[in-house]
Design a protein around this ligand. Structure first.
Ligand SMILES: [Zn+2]
Length: 262
């Protein structure tokens, strides 16, 4: 029997009369009949909230995904600014600001808690945009940006190797003007991992805030309405999560030897 799928607007099924031939057909049939009648009656009376999935035990904390975006996708391009020591970046990583709309998806689930007469919410997917890119504007000729080392000829290989080694210093040191994109990207992804750790650290606090949101059946009569209202209530908390995470991450990057260790 699928309670949620019964359409209350439909005419109730035609049932045979209670007394008479049916009762003579045996106990199993009588039981079927009583259930049938019972469903029809309950469905007509019940509120749409009760069609919603009932609440189970809270699910585990979800793991957000970080989606890399390019310099052209942000309002403020850090490749256009030297650092405090006047050095121009070769690659960049940073979380997006709220004004740059860092949430690319925030999927939620809702269930209805009949006992407490409230909708409850959980996050099912969270995708956060982060800037991760190479500052090609700062890597002009004679610098050669190498995407794939297999394109180098054997006569170039020794010089290139010397420059590969120079990429493991901070700032990178190149003698023969070879800059390797995969190495720069790997360095920026290391920052991304640090940021992801901060997000994971702050996530339970966010999920608790989501669990505390209470919307009654009167405020949101059906699942769609509850999801809409839930989304509106959750979004500000998602922004709090991102703001707190950004502050924490920035603090970590200000450690004197942070870049040297990355
Ligand atoms: Zn770095």
């Amino acid at each position: 029997m699928i309670w949620g799928k019964v359409d209350s607007a439909r005419t109730p099924p035609r049932l045979p009369p209670v007394a008479g031939p049916l009762l003579k057909r045996g106990a199993a049939k009588v039981q079927d009949y009583i259930e049938h009648v019972g469903v029809a009656r309950v469905v007509v009376k019940k509120r749409p909230c009760e069609d919603a999935p009932p609440c189970q035990e809270p699910t585990n904390v979800i793991k957000p995904t970080l989606k890399e975006v390019k310099r052209s996708d942000v309002l403020d391009d850090p490749c256009l600014r030297p650092d405090k020591k006047g050095r121009w970046p070769a690659g960049v990583f940073r979380p997006l600001y709220i004004k740059e709309k860092p949430l690319s998806s925030l999927d939620i689930q809702a269930c209805y808690d009949r006992q407490a007469d409230t909708w409850r919410f959980a996050i099912s997917a969270l995708e956060i945009k982060v800037l991760l890119d190479i500052c090609e504007n700062n890597l002009l000729p004679p610098i050669r940006i190498i995407d794939d080392i297999s394109v180098l000829s054997s006569s170039e290989a020794c010089d290139a190797l010397a420059d590969v080694i120079g990429h493991f210093e901070y700032p990178i040191r190149v003698t023969f003007w070879y800059v390797f994109r995969p190495i720069l990207i790997a360095h920026e992804r290391h920052h991304k991992q640090d940021y992801e750790k901060v997000i994971m650290l702050k996530l339970p606090e966010f999920e608790n805030k989501v669990r505390e949101i209470l919307i009654t059946c009167q405020e949101a009569a059906d699942l769609n309405n509850a999801l809409q209202k839930g989304q509106a209530a959750i979004l500000p908390w998602a922004h709090v999560l991102l703001t707190n995470a950004e502050q924490e991450y920035s603090k970590a990057t200000l450690q004197p030897d942070y870049e040297e260790k990355t």
